[in-house]
Ligand binder design. Structure first.
Ligand code: RB5
Length: 143
C-alpha cells in the first residue's frame, strides 16, 4: 500500500496522482487533505511518515506547494528518508542510492505529466543494495 497526502498546495496534483494510481491498480490510502482549503502540511507529513515507519505502507508520497515543507517534516521521523524530487534522474537515483521511502512533490513547481512520471519511476525502482549505499544509509541513523 502507498500512503499519500497533500496540503492545499498539493491537493490538485494529488487528485491527478490518485486517478493515475487507480488506473494502474496500485493500492493506496489517502491521508488527506480533502479540499483546497488552507491547511498545515506537518500533520499530513507525520501521518504518512508514521504509516511508512510502522510498515502499514510500503512507501509514501507527500505533495505540498514545493515538496520542501513536506520533506523537512517527514525527515524528522526516524527511519524516514523523504526526497523532494522534480526530475526523473533524481527519482531513480534516490531509490537506487538512498533507498528513499517517501517521495515529495511540489504541486506548484512540477507539471502533472512530469510528476506522474516521477512517481512511476519512484514506485518501481528498487534500491541497488550496494554495500556502500547501505553503509551510508545506516550512518544517517547514527547519533
Ligand atoms: C503553502 O502555502 C506552502 O507553504 C506549502 O504548500 C509548502 O510549499 C511548504 O513547503
Amino acid at each position: 500500500m502507498i500512503a499519500i497526502a497533500s496540503d492545499h498546495g498539493g491537493y490538485a496534483l494529488k487528485q491527478e496522482l490518485l486517478r493515475h494510481l487507480e488506473k494502474q491498480g496500485v493500492e493506496f490510502k489517502d491521508f488527506g487533505c480533502y479540499s483546497e482549503a488552507s491547511c498545515d502540511y506537518p500533520a499530513y507529513a507525520k501521518a504518512v511518515a508514521g504509516a511508512v515507519k510502522s510498515g502499514e505502507a510500503e512507501k509514501g508520497i507527500l505533495i505540498c506547494g514545493t515538496g520542501i515543507g513536506m520533506s523537512i517534516a517527514a525527515n524528522k521521523v526516524p527511519g524516514i528518508r523523504a526526497a523532494a524530487v522534480s526530475d526523473c534522474f533524481t527519482a531513480k537515483a534516490t531509490r537506487e542510492h538512498n533507498d528513499a521511502n517517501i517521495l515529495c512533490l511540489g504541486g506548484r513547481t512540477v507539471g502533472p505529466e512530469l510528476a506522474l512520471m516521477i512517481a512511476d519511476i519512484f514506485l518501481t525502482t528498487p534500491f541497488s543494495g550496494a554495500e556502500r549505499h547501505a553503509r551510508r544509509i545506516a550512518q544517517i541513523e547514527e547519533n
